[in-house]
Design a protein around this ligand. Structure first.
Ligand SMILES: *Cc1c(COP(=O)(O)O)cnc(C)c1O
Length: 377
């Protein structure tokens, strides 16, 4: 076990009490707690509709279905993301068109490149707000409008992150969030689809539960004893146990994010004089979620990056890499592209520990360890 893990859950008695209360209510599958979780999410994000799901991958999959994306269609997407972002395009047999990032200072999708990748087949753009820092949405919205494209926001890293007064996930046509254990909101597994479009919402609700027109919970309340199946749906439901954890997590989210912002500041103070590395997003002025904290080694390669990671591991510090570029994976070899910036970042980025209870002492220890290894190599 590491002395300092990459992530630590922000759980206390509130999550325990919430689960016990739901257990004792005897309704543990999708029901009133799920509805409460969705309502709370909508009000925090200032969006009309939120639909809680089994995970974010199902939210992204639903997004592709709602936009009627299918074989022959192209969807522009980043490669510096978790593979689920891109897998969603493949679920509907469409073609992912990988786009490079802006720069080493801004790891989000490059709007200028997006425009160059548009063809007659392009249907949508999926953006991913890396670490919770917003993509350049004003430009991306303009491009989408000009070429009549949909925008899906993979906002897994960014609950409550902002861009010019709007919450991430609420700017495009559909937003997707994850509540996997190590995300800003943790329910074990879980996800949310958000939209202002009632048609998308109604159809997503059907597709979440086998295409059935009612849920078990509705029927238990005597609303409808029969149902129709209107479309080939899925089982993408969340359960009330997880939803009740999600509600407890939402109640402390803002406080958690404020602590994370201070941790980022503390990292920056400790690392800023090292000139052999880049700290991305230093120019950001928005309120962001700080899902992860990453650094990029300058004049480096994957071998040097691994030396640094191994040294940190020997000091009891867990690190990670966000991400191995998706276009480098075996199943994406047919969609290969040369994405120089994404590839450099994939080889030279290190994700450092980030969670709201990380102490100043530990941050100093991590940063001192980085200085030690960089001075030696
Ligand atoms: C975690 C994550 C996902 C997948 O979320 P699940 O809830 O595990 O399905 C998708 N995209 C990004 C950017 C993520 O970080």
């Amino acid at each position: 076990m590491y002395k300092i893990p990459l992530f630590d859950l922000n759980f206390d008695r509130e999550e325990e009490k919430a689960v016990i209360k739901t257990l004792r209510s005897k309704w543990i599958s999708t029901g009133p707690k799920t509805a409460e979780f969705e309502a709370k999410f909508s009000s925090l994000l200032n969006i009309k509709y939120s639909l809680a799901l089994s995970n974010c991958t199902s939210a992204l999959h639903l997004a592709m279905l709602l936009l009627n994306i299918s074989k022959g269609d192209e969807v522009i997407c980043p490669s510096l993301t978790f593979m689920a972002t891109v897998n969603s395009i493949r679920y509907v047999n469409a073609t992912p068109v990988f786009c490079d990032i802006k720069s080493y200072d801004d790891l989000t999708i490059d709007p200028e490149q997006i425009e160059k990748l548009i063809t007659k087949k392009t249907k949508a753009i999926i953006v991913m707000h890396y670490a919770g820092f917003p993509c350049e949405m004003n430009k991306i919205l303009q491009i989408a409008k000009k070429h009549k494209l949909y925008i899906v926001e993979d906002a897994c890293h960014g609950p409550l992150s902002e861009y010019r007064g709007k919450k991430l996930g609420t700017i495009g046509d559909i937003g997707a969030f994850s509540f996997f254990s190590n995300k800003n909101i943790s329910t074990g597994e879980g996800g949310m689809l958000v939209t202002n479009n009632i048609k998308f919402y109604e159809r997503a609700k059907l597709l979440r539960s086998h295409g059935m027109t009612t849920l078990s919970y509705d029927r238990s309340k005597g609303h409808n004893s029969l149902y129709d199946v209107k479309e080939l749906g899925y089982n993408f439901r969340i359960d009330d146990l997880r939803a009740s954890i999600g509600i407890a997590q939402l109640n402390k989210l803002k406080k958690d994010l404020i602590k994370r912002a201070k941790i980022r500041e503390s990292y920056i103070t400790n690392l800023k004089e090292i000139n052999s590395m880049i700290i991305p997003f230093l120019k950001n002025k928005e309120f962001v979620s700080n899902y992860i904290f990453t650094i990029i080694l300058k004049n480096s390669d994957s071998e040097k990056r691994n030396i640094v990671r191994n040294y940190l591991a020997s000091k009891g510090i867990q690190t990670s890499v966000h991400y191995i570029p998706v276009h480098k994976f075996g199943i994406y070899s047919a969609y290969k592209k040369y994405l120089p910036k994404t590839e450099y970042v994939g080889d030279n980025l290190i994700t450092l520990p980030m969670y709201s209870s990380l102490t100043v002492e530990k941050i100093k220890y991590i940063c001192d360890s980085i200085k030690e290894v960089l001075n030696k190599n």
